[in-house]
Design a protein around this ligand. Structure first.
Ligand code: SF4
Ligand code: SF4
Length: 340
């Protein structure tokens, strides 16, 4: 696999990184096997976060027993709750990972300007102290909003920026990626498969050989996914114009308002499983009836009493980095389910 430099930090990594967001879905034993295989295949960059349930713990089970031949990033979203909560997450990351030093530690989901302001106060001073005393090597920031993230990079405080970038979400090409390159800031791609909504996964990953963007970290939770992704990055074959056209045709039907299943909108105060609502909506709304659609509608019918609890409070819309109109989709589904 190609080796990429992580900005001006002096660190390098294989271009394919490991997104550990989905590790909580597998047992510790399975997770151990996947992480060991990733290392065997030459994967050296691991991305996790305190919000990803036991993901840090699972990485720590394997990585803490190795010589330091990998790079790890973790982050906390609790800068939004003040320094005490952020500090607690920070210490917890060390306990879970069982590592003496974390390469990159940072702020998770800094999407809005007011969130950047919060991060830049005591939480940033705290991370600078931790960097000075050697517990972390570099300070990172992640965001779903290229404009906020570009503003953050211009402060000169961050050494790694992580953001969604894929064939559907290409905004980082306009300002963020060139600015990061100009400033020598490392870049890490999240959601390279747009949250799992692209069926042509290999083509979607090959998009990054046409548009290199640092380390690419698809979420992985099986050996099969890992080995498939590794094969694509080992062959490193850019998309032809024809293949790019096929991929663009496939994603055109999704538009921009599609759920990336990130769960930032959760929990719903009324217990509605919002990512599942969007999956049901995507698979049924406006689709001609066939066996698959009929099956999904039957599944959705069981959710009708839960859907009817939606008060359209808008809390989910406020938390969604993509402005997905969840209350409207819930309403659409209720209407459809009541009419079939
Ligand atoms: S609008 Fe509906 S789905 Fe969204 S948080 Fe409120 S009750 Fe839950
Ligand atoms: S509605 Fe928005 S926040 Fe919720 S899972 Fe989908 S993309 Fe993520």
């Amino acid at each position: 696999m190609k080796t990429v430099a992580l900005g001006k930090t002096g660190l390098t990594t294989a271009e394919l990184g490991f997104g550990a967001m989905y590790l909580p879905r597998v047992s510790p034993e399975v997770s151990d096997i996947i992480i060991r295989r990733a290392l065997e295949l030459g994967v050296t960059y691991f991305d996790t976060a305190s919000a990803y349930q036991d993901s840090e713990e699972k990485l720590g089970r394997v990585l803490s027993r190795r010589d330091k031949d990998f790079v790890i990033t973790s982050r906390s979203i609790n800068y939004k709750m003040g320094l005490a909560a952020f500090r607690q997450d920070f210490e917890q990351s060390f306990e879970r990972l069982k590592l003496p030093v974390i390469d990159f530690y940072g702020f998770h989901a800094v999407n809005q300007p007011r969130e950047l302001e919060m991060a830049m106060k005591e939480p940033l001073s705290f991370l600078k102290e931790q960097k000075a005393n050697g517990r972390i090597r570099h300070i990172a920031i992640t965001s779903h909003n290229p404009k906020t993230l570009t503003d953050a990079l211009l402060t000169g405080e961050f050494e790694l920026a992580m953001f969604p970038f894929n064939v559907i979400e290409r905004e980082p090409l306009d300002g963020l990626l060139p600015k990061a390159a100009e400033l020598g800031i490392a870049t890490a791609v999240m959601k390279p498969l747009a949250g799992g909504v692209i069926d042509s996964k290999q083509l979607a990953l090959r998009f990054f050989f046409n548009h290199p963007a640092g380390v690419v970290t698809p979420g992985m939770m099986s050996i099969e996914q890992l080995e498939q992704n590794h094969r694509v990055f080992a062959e490193r074959s850019p998309l032809s114009a024809e293949e790019m056209g096929c991929l663009e045709d496939e994603v055109a039907v999704l538009g921009r308002e599609f759920c990336r299943r990130c769960s930032y909108c959760m929990p719903c105060p009324n217990g509605i499983m919002i990512p599942f609502v969007h999956m049901l909506h995507m698979k049924t709304w406006g689709k001609p009836m066939d066996d698959d659609v009929a099956y999904t509608i039957e599944l959705a019918k069981r959710m009708l009493p839960a859907l009817e609890k939606c008060t359209a409070c808008g809390a989910c819309v406020e938390k969604c980095p993509y402005d997905i109109p969840t209350p409207q989709r819930v309403k659409d589904l209720i209407q459809m389910l009541q009419s079939v």
